[in-house]
Design a protein around this ligand. Sequence first.
Ligand SMILES: [Zn+2]
Length: 149
Amino acid sequence: MKKIIQRNLPLSQTYTITGYNYVPLIDGDGTCCDNCGKLISNMVYVTDGNGGKFTVGNDCAKTLTIPQSDAFRLQVEIEAAFNEGKALRSKIQTNLKKGNITGAYKWESKDGGVFIVFLITRGGSSMQAVNYPGVSLTYIKDILITKPE
Ligand SMILES: [Zn+2]
């Protein structure tokens, strides 16, 4: 089992997760983790229930004392969102570099579904649904192209 070291946020306190967000470090408005002080881009917002609001990194959030439902949310939703963004970015960049695609753009269906369309170099396109657009699109916003006419 991983050894948990207490940092700024006391382990005796229970925190609840109020939200999460991804802010690329490249945007220049990086935030430091309220727990360990490191510059973070995968942010998890927590409150101590006494009016205290904190922003911690994804990894630090796992070390805090949080209710089981929040620990579950962290694992199945928040980490999944961060991972989706990271994977999409890597997929676009790798395929651009290999010359497999000429670009990728965002497409929204009538019912509000968000997709990334990959323009295949040899013709045609393929689509991938985005499950966590709020986070994933921030990961790739600088490498997407506008939809061709
Ligand atoms: Zn931290």
